[in-house]
Structure formats: C-alpha cells, structure tokens
Ligand binder design. Structure first.
Ligand SMILES: [Zn+2]
Ligand SMILES: [Zn+2]
Length: 340
C-alpha cells in the first residue's frame, strides 16, 4: 500500500496533489469535508467543498474566505490525482473525499452516518483500497434507534410537557443536529422557537434550498407561549437565558445519551439518543461497503475498532492520529477539544 495520504503537523496531506483534507492549520489548498469547526478551520488560502455545503461553510469561515464548491460525484485532476466528493450523510453538504492515483483509491470519509436524515444527502458507499474512518462510537454498546421510533419519543415528550403546562427545551448542536430534530417534529403540537445560534443556521439551511419548518428566534420582546418547543445549543444549560423559559423540561440530544451516567451527571430531564455519527453496526457496514483492504481509524475508540477490524474481519488496519474530536457532551459545538 502506498502513502497517498498521510498525517502531517498541518493535517491529512496528499503530497502528489499538494492538497490537505480538513487541515487544522492554515495551508494553500484545503478540501473541507464539512463545516463543523474541528474540520473547517480558518486561515487557509483556498477551500474546496461540496456544493450543497458552500453557504454553510462560508457562514462558518466568514465572508473573506475563498471557497469553491463542486457537485457531488464530479471530479478534477491535479498532478495525475483524480479527486471527487461524495455524500457522507453527516450534515448538509458533508462529503467523503475520494483520491485516485495510478489505479489506487483512497477515501477520507470525514464524519458520516448511515441513519436517514432528510436534511442532507444520504451516505454513498464508495469503493476504495484505503478507507479513512472516524470511530467516535466504535463500541458495540452504541446502537441508534430507528428514526420513526426516536421522533415518536421526542414528540410524545413534547406533547406531555405541553399538557402539563411546561415548555420543552432540547439542547443540541446548532449545526446539523438542530435542523435534523426540526425535520422530525410534529408541528401540530405547537410552535418551535430557537436560540439565535440555531436560528442563523436554520436560515443558512433555508438559503441552501432546505425546506425547514417555521421557527422563531427568541429575543428580548419575543417570548415563547407556554407549551412550545425550543431548540438551543448545550451552552445555555442553567444560564439566565434558559431560566427565562421556565417552567421548562430540558432534554439533550446526542449519541452519548445511550450512556445513562452521562445523562444523570448532567441532570437533564430526558436524553434522546440522536447522533450524526455512526453507531457500531453502521461503522462495520460502511467498512464492508467500501471493500477496502486497509482501514485507517481516527478519533474515538480507534484502538478498539481498529483491533476488531484486524482480528475479527481480517482487514489491515491501523490508527491515524488527527485533531478531530467527534461528538461532544460538554461544549456547545464540535471543535472544542474536551470530551467526556
Ligand atoms: Zn462533524
Ligand atoms: Zn468531527
């Protein structure tokens, strides 16, 4: 196996094409798999992303960032390396980056999931020789509920709170998770309000052609009527902003909610198991569908997952160290390097 892509102190690098994927330091040419802040860092001279994610990335990096985009599946060549982007199913515009050079194919999957999500294109399996995957939830205990089951649970919780004279607050990432939750809410129950951090991204999703339900930003003079649903980033927990919503039941939506202890320690009224990453079975399925003979595993339970691939599946595998962080419980956004 060649070393078509390897880690450097700036990030994952394809030397032949002289391009980085999701670099954590400023470079000349960066391919960005998606706009979460551990993957999309400021300061590079030129960015390339998948077309549906261009507006989100521009919002995240600021107006002065030079961003070009490319439709999924289209390819271009640099120094004999054929490069294309393919849907990763993680958030709007998220992509896997495919590199082909002298008959050998590498795929950097970024963050991805296989569970259905109507706010982005579904994950597309891409056959390759070397597959680079994250492993945030790379333990067999992680198994996500079906979409219908999960949203039935969320809507039932909202209805119950409303009938008891309370608001419902779901803490979730402002980018991706909030819009995905919104897509499954039963709007006949009541109105949906948002924190400003969520509302700006709802607006960018709408400008990108996503058909999201109506939401209203909470402001000084805009207070939710009792029984409303409110979507806000985790950083508002126990803040004066949250106290103004009382009486309110508070839930957190994350893959980590599968672990009861985390839910208890953080004193949420309710935890919804909802992740934009793969559960254990999805990781294995993605590896199988890639037909890769070599799998490089990055953030998460990389040692356990990599060992499983070697010993149970007979696939060549090793750990790749990066600065990506996966899903977090303790901070408002991906990108803050604290993980519980
Ligand atoms: Zn992400
Ligand atoms: Zn990530």
């Amino acid at each position: 196996m060649s070393n078509l892509i390897f880690p450097t102190d700036k990030g994952l690098y394809c030397q032949v094409a002289d391009v980085y994927v999701d670099p954590w330091r400023a470079v000349d040419r960066a391919i960005i798999t998606h706009a979460h802040s551990d993957h999309a860092r400021w300061g590079s001279a030129q960015y390339l992303c998948a077309a549906p994610g261009e507006k989100v990335l521009q919002y995240r990096l600021g107006e002065t960032a030079r961003i070009e985009s490319m439709p999924y599946g289209q390819s271009f060549e640099i120094n004999g390396v054929k490069i294309s982007l393919h849907p990763a199913g993680h958030i709007l515009g998220s992509a896997q980056a495919r590199f082909e050079y002298k008959g050998e194919v590498w795929v950097v999957s970024g963050d991805y999931k296989l569970n259905p999500d109507s706010t982005c294109e579904p994950f597309e399996p891409v056959k390759c020789d070397t597959f680079i995957t994250e492993s945030t939830f790379g333990l067999p205990i992680y198994k996500w509920p079906e979409r219908e089951e999960l949203f039935a649970e969320i809507n039932a919780w909202w209805s119950k709170n409303k009938s008891e004279g309370r608001n419902s607050l779901i803490l979730c990432y402002a980018l991706g998770k909030a819009q995905r939750i919104l897509s499954g809410l039963d709007m006949s129950i009541g109105p949906v309000y948002t924190h400003g951090a969520v509302e700006v991204l709802n607006e960018v999703y709408r400008q990108s052609g996503q058909n999201l339900a109506k939401t209203t930003r909470i402001q000084q003079d805009v207070k939710p009527e009792l029984g409303s649903m409110i979507l806000a980033p985790p950083s508002v927990q126990n803040s004066p902003w949250q106290r103004k919503l009382q009486p309110v039941a508070v839930a957190f939506a994350s893959g980590w909610m599968q672990v009861r202890g985390i839910r208890r320690r953080r004193s949420y009224d309710k935890g919804f198991i909802l992740s934009d990453h793969c559960d254990w079975n999805s990781l294995l399925t993605a590896v199988k569908l890639s037909e890769a003979s070599n799998v490089l595993v990055t953030h998460g339970y990389s040692d356990i997952f990599s060992k499983y691939l070697k010993t149970e599946m007979g696939i060549e595998s090793s750990i790749l160290s990066t600065h990506y962080v996966g899903e977090l419980v303790s901070e408002q956004e991906e990108g803050v390097e604290v993980q519980e």
